[in-house]
Design a protein around this ligand. Structure first.
Ligand code: SAM
Length: 218
């Protein structure tokens, strides 16, 4: 089990979407949340807080976002020894949660391998993963001030390279709707399942604040 991490700890921010027009042409205003400097600083603070107070840090999209993924993996009987890549793992809470209970008691955290890598420019050959997880990383990359459109395309390429054929990609996003994600990952991936997420209503319309989709690599 590996996790690709771009720097240190995390703290939720606000993704700004400008109705219709934006510098990158995709509706998003570039933001510090799309930069490595931001995340390095955030995780450095989280690490410090962890060392000082034992606080494990921010759970991006909340506990339920982790449980939802774990339930799905149990439902589809993803074997305990399957290789799982948590892309942009942040403080790593999800992987610890995934291994919690039996495995951690028996083997500690030895099944988690940490790698500091830019997922858009991988320096080592990562491939053959059964499952790739993304919880907020594609969102962050979409806010990169430096050619986010190109970076999103590179993300899809990197994802194709690391995931095995028929492997699963589980993405949770607060910036992209289901339809938009289907479009972003239309090449080489097909929708396997949409995971239920909380709904909200406003002004007579309802929607989901978060989209959670499972894709399968073709
Ligand atoms: C919103 S946080 C989510 C962190 C974690 N997935 C979670 O659920 O708590 C976004 C993460 O994406 C990572 N990230 C952003 N750009 C990246 C890149 N090019 N390569 C690897 N990680 C990246 C950041 O370091 C950060 O950990």
């Amino acid at each position: 089990m590996s996790k690709v991490r771009n720097g240190g700890g995390g703290n939720p921010g606000v993704a700004m979407r400008i109705g219709g027009v934006c510098p990158g042409g995709d509706g998003f205003a570039p933001s510090a949340l799309g930069t490595r400097e931001h995340w390095d600083a955030v995780y450095e603070r989280e690490l410090h807080t962890f060392q000082e107070y034992g606080d494990t840090g921010e759970i991006w999209f909340g506990e339920e976002s982790m449980n939802r993924l774990i339930r799905w993996m149990q439902k589809y009987k993803i074997p305990l020894d399957a290789s799982v890549l948590d892309i942009g793992t942040g403080n790593g809470v999800f992987l610890v949660e995934l291994l919690s209970g039996r495995i951690i008691e028996k083997e500690g955290l030895s099944n988690i391998k940490l790698k500091v890598e830019d997922f858009l420019n991988l320096s080592t050959k990562l491939s053959g993963f059964h499952v790739c997880i993304d919880k907020g990383t594609f969102d962050a990359i979409s806010l990169n001030p430096d050619n986010a459109i190109e970076k999103r395309k590179q993300y899809v390429k990197s994802l194709s390279g690391v995931l095995k054929v028929k492997g699963f990609f589980l993405i949770t996003s607060c910036n992209w709707t289901k339809e938009e994600l289907l479009n972003e990952f239309s090449e080489g991936f097909e929708l396997f399942e949409e995971l239920p997420t909380p709904k909200f209503s406003f002004g007579g319309r309802s929607g989901n604040s978060v989209a959670a989709l499972v894709f399968q690599k073709m």
